[in-house]
Design a protein around this ligand. Structure first.
Ligand code: CDP
Ligand code: CDP
Length: 221
């Protein structure tokens, strides 16, 4: 019997389009390791904020405040989380107003994206080492920059009103429209559906329906 192919699935889309919950559902169905790259940008943002850095002005040709950060990966069940100095920050530390307010600004800095590029690519090896059948990574530039060679590239969309309702239902006040605007208009790896990716509008679909739709595509790979 031929060996099962190790799969790489890229899921991109705007804020609250359903990337993480859809990816988690697919990870469980297909034995994939899930990586939420939004959490990487949030974790780096938290680290910068804690050092009193609030803007891009400290990044220069000679100075990169990220240079000496010690990145690691902690795998819990199917979720791989990024640690800095051996510590994975709690969800409440990275998903709050303070981080929401700055994360898209830090994510627009080319040095920040460069810093995370190799780390994010290396997650494929982490998934293999942990015995998963593949990797599912969600973010804004996974199908365009990090894994343009992925086996399947999905781009999720949903009306802004539906996305705001979803976040509100989670009890979270979020600057969705503002972050989307910054993410779509930046020069470095802007949020856009890359050519060849499969676009799915989930405005009128339940989470289960979206998972089913993509699951059938994965089974057909
Ligand atoms: O969960 P939500 O969609 O609201 O955001 P997130 O995925 O946690 O990402 C937080 C922010 O990180 C985004 O608004 C982007 O500015 C940035 N990000 C990025 O630039 N590239 C990625 N691959 C993932 C996130
Ligand atoms: O990761 P991202 O910010 O794109 O979205 P999420 O955190 O996965 O989803 C935001 C919320 O929308 C969650 O509470 C999901 O259960 C919900 N959702 C939904 O109601 N319908 C969908 N088709 C997808 C997600």
């Amino acid at each position: 019997m031929s060996e099962k192919k190790f799969l790489v699935i890229a899921v991109d889309g705007g804020a609250a389009s359903g990337k993480s919950s859809t990816s988690r559902g697919l990870a469980a169905k297909h034995n994939l390791m899930h990586v939420d790259t939004g959490a990487h940008y949030r974790t780096v943002s938290l680290s910068l904020l804690r050092r009193g850095i609030t803007g891009a002005d400290v990044f220069s040709a000679t100075e990169n405040p990220l240079e000496n950060l010690d990145l690691g990966t902690e795998v819990r069940e199917r979720e791989a989380a990024m640690s800095i100095g051996g510590v994975v920050p709690a969800d409440s530390e990275i998903r709050n107003d303070a981080v929401n307010a700055v994360v898209s600004q830090f994510a627009a800095i080319p040095e920040v994206r460069k810093f995370l590029f190799d780390y994010q690519r290396s997650q494929k090896d982490v998934a293999r080492e942990h015995g998963f059948d593949g990797l599912i990574m969600d973010g804004r530039d996974i199908g365009s920059v990090i894994f343009p060679d992925a086996d399947l590239r999905i781009f999720l969309t949903a009306d802004p009103e539906a996305r705001a309702r979803r976040r509100a239902a989670e009890g979270i006040a979020d600057s969705i429209a503002e972050r989307d605007k910054l993410d779509s208009s930046r020069k470095a790896a802007p949020l856009a559906c890359p050519e060849g990716a499969i676009k799915i509008d989930s405005t009128d679909l339940t989470l289960e329906q979206v998972v089913e739709k993509i699951s059938a595509m994965i089974s057909a790979l």
